[in-house]
Design a protein around this ligand. Structure first.
Ligand code: HEM
Length: 448
């Protein structure tokens, strides 16, 4: 019972869909634009909402005490086995991101050592090397106009490859990024499709999904096979940790865990880097601040600790994560009846949590729509800044992600001035499984 939640209130239900609302609930409105509908409903009806996807009841919890209750205090009643995570599992399989119960515990235990603090000197070196390589490659480009979405994805995938798999993923880059991207698009389409019968367009999507998945799985299986063939002395990465784990993971489980890390570790970071480039162009004064701080240390970056201590790049990064959290929404399933904020929760209800909505809550963030990294000079109210989630399922890659993202911002600003290709450019959001930019981000990169 929610004895720790002081305020008793009833979840408010926004008006249901027009005409078919008695069958669809809010599904049609959500399908039109999930983020817009959730955000507008929150602004209009408050931070505790009741929505229906057909007959399935969803409670949208968007206040610190409610989130603390679901993610910490009674987390055991709210595991991850939601329809949304089931859809994600169709792409990445059942791994540490999607598993629940004992399977999740075993996976997390086996994977945890790769994020051990002792590994971070090594990761720092790799990230430093990969960011230098990326910048050198960009410096060689003839044109000033860059496809920044491409460069972000390329860098993020290389960092994951190098740090977890000892491979740059150079040869597999196109296949992995294109197929994952295709699968994510199709998954989003599936999630929002409420027509229960097969249509010709659905059939086409199923075929496309299966084909893309086969190509992706084959490519990743090749990486696993290469690792298996390596002599004992050169083993020691993430795949070997799984292969040699006392848990005796099946081949399928290993494939899922590797796909999970590639997916969780690059799609998210790549989106933050792309949005970061966008905000650097929109607010060039932040390029100057980051550049001046770098100049004050003679453009010498030598350790992770030093990266963490740069003031401006970290304020900037936090504000990008607040404005555009890549995991903008995630869910939980109530397995037993419960009470949240005085409202009854029934076993089978879904709980919807949105870092995006929490990060834009006007009670906790002054002018939430304004991009203002200085706001992070004061620590945020606990549970109001949750780009990496919270509780036992909190992101495993937070430290790695912060390091790789801050590093590429630093190195980019050191060598280039970034400018929009057209004036007053506005980039709309594309809230899919992760929060992407609506269009490919292009930018002018003027060498300093
Ligand atoms: C800016 C980058 C990233 C963001 C914003 C992010 C965000 C998140 C969030 C919000 C969750 C929790 C989802 C939930 O509770 O339902 C999560 C889980 C996870 N993330 Fe990240 N992530 C990022 C980068 C990474 C990286 C680089 C890796 C790996 C190298 C990674 C690996 C994972 C894993 C394995 C989980 C599942 C943990 C579990 O369920 O036990 N993430 N991430």
């Amino acid at each position: 019972m929610d004895k720790n939640l002081p305020d008793k209130r009833i979840a408010v239900a926004p008006p249901r869909d027009k005409i078919f609302g008695w069958i669809t609930g809010h599904a049609l409105s959500l399908r039109k634009s999930r983020l817009d509908f959730m955000y507008q409903s929150f602004l209009t009806y408050g931070d505790f909402l009741e929505m229906f996807l057909g007959k399935t009841r969803t409670l949208l919890v968007n206040d610190p005490a409610g989130l603390k209750y679901v993610l910490f205090e009674n987390a055991k009643n709210y595991p991850k086995n939601t329809p949304g995570y089931k859809r994600v599992a169709e792409v990445i399989g059942q791994g540490v991101f999607t598993d629940v119960g004992d399977d999740w515990k075993k996976g997390r235990r086996a994977i945890q050592p790769i994020f051990n603090p002792s590994k971070f000197d090594h990761y720092y070196d790799l990230i430093s090397e990969e960011s230098n390589k990326t910048i050198s490659k960009m410096l060689l480009e003839k044109d000033d106009e860059f496809n920044l979405s491409y460069w972000s994805t390329r860098y993020a995938l290389h960092v994951i490859g190098r740090s977890l798999l000892n491979e740059s993923l150079e040869d597999s880059f196109d296949i992995i990024s294109q197929k994952l991207s295709k699968l994510i698009d199709l998954t989003e389409k599936k999630m929002m499709n409420i027509i229960p019968w097969m249509t010709p367009s659905k059939k086409r999507d199923v075929k496309e999904f299966q084909d893309a998945l086969l190509v992706l799985d084959t490519e990743i299986q090749k990486i696993i096979e290469r690792e298996k063939a390596k002599p004992r002395a050169s083993r020691g990465n993430f795949i070997h940790a799984l292969l040699e784990s006392p848990e005796n993971f099946s081949e399928e489980k290993i494939l899922s865990q590797v796909k999970t890390m590639i997916f969780a570790g690059h799609e998210t970071s790549a989106n933050v880097i792309t949005w970061g480039f966008y905000y650097l162009m929109k607010f060039p004064e932040w390029q100057d601040k980051i550049f001046e701080e770098l100049k004050s240390c003679g453009f010498q970056i030598k350790s992770e600790e030093q990266v963490e201590n740069f003031k401006y790049v970290n304020l900037f990064l936090q504000e990008v994560l607040r404005m555009r959290p890549p995991v903008w929404s995630f869910g939980r399933l109530a397995i037993n009846d419960d009470v949240i904020h005085g409202s009854k929760v029934k076993a089978g209800d879904l709980i919807s949590i949105s870092p995006y909505l929490m990060h834009h809550h006007p009670d906790y963030w002054e002018n939430p729509e304004e991009f203002n990294p200085h706001r992070f000079e004061k620590p945020p109210v606990p549970m109001t800044f949750i780009p990496y989630g919270a509780g036992q399922r909190v992101c495993m890659g937070e430290r790695l992600a912060n390091l790789e993202i801050a590093m590429i911002f630093l190195k980019t600003v050191e060598k280039f001035q970034l400018k929009f290709t057209e004036e007053d450019y506005e980039m709309p959001m594309n809230p899919q499984v992760s929060l992407r930019t609506e269009k490919t981000l292009m930018g002018k990169m003027i060498r300093r």
